[in-house]
Ligand binder design. Sequence first.
Ligand code: PLP
Length: 356
Amino acid sequence: MNWEENVRKVTPYIPGEQPADVNVIKLNTNECPYPPAPGVKEKAESFDCSSLRLYPDTEAGKLSDALCGYYNIRPEQLFIGVGSDDVLAMAFLTFFHSEKPVFFPDITYSFYDVWAELYRIPYKRKCLDEKFHIRKEDYKEENGGIIIPNPNAPTGVAEKLGVLEDIIASNPGSVVIIDEAYVDFGGESCLPLIDKYDNLLVVQTFSKSRALAGLRIGFAMGNPRLIRYLKDVKFSFNSYTMNMLSVELGAEAVKDAGYFKDTVNKIIATRERAKEELQELGFTFPDSKANFIFASHKEVAAKTIFQELRKRGIYVRYWEKPRIENFLRITVGTDNQMDALIRSLKEIIKIEREKN
Ligand SMILES: *Cc1c(COP(=O)(O)O)cnc(C)c1O
């Protein structure tokens, strides 16, 4: 008998690369190309490090107050975690606890099946239609829970609130998680529905629209009973997951609503311009409501473009997976970064066309 037979073996999630070279144009992990709100820097500079000898507030009070004020919810409707990955992992463990399969789309955030495998939760992938939209009827079969990102990743496709509400209303026997990592870039949030449906958990993050991926802050909003169960599980791991600096700096980011809106609007404007330019180059893509574009070229293979961009110091995301092996997920950067991308794409496409 070998101890390795009794090890919990898992295949981990593989995040996009974080290159050490700062000259890389990094359009591969959907980070914000702009810095966080100026108040974050001021707070960091005036932070009293002697307070770090104490344990942090288990309720992340300052951050909780800021979020409750911004979203007009009560503290008992809010759960805060170390990035939405932490929030989602806790939610899988807490709510997906039956023998029935959990449902999520076949093309989606590739962490969902990793958590399901880790916790031994049965799951079924539901095929998106040919336009990458969910088919709501698929989510009305018996299930042990549902998770849908809106807008979806890596497609960028947003669903109408009515479609999601129908799914939530049709599943009073299971928890429905809507992962809204990209909702600030043009999607419709399910937040107004949390008072109406006690089985709805809405998850958001500071990593994309709030330019704070490095701080690791995510949160969930829902019925106080859902939140209580989630906290019980979290506090069974570790009661002090939100470190003091993240709580302080995260609160500053939320307080500056004007900066937040300006940043998001800049990214949306750049995205819409990039859509036109990509189309002119012969790319097709589903209409994105996120801070990335999921694009496919009519003549040149995605894998070739991915490799050629990389050689030119531009990183985008590529997956060699069924149905999406000819797509690139391109994060919307600054206008200058997108100009550099378009220039390189023009060059690559020209070279590849001449080969044929
Ligand atoms: C980025 C992302 C997350 C996780 O973000 P955190 O940095 O852990 O907050 C969750 N869901 C989707 C769909 C994402 O793209």
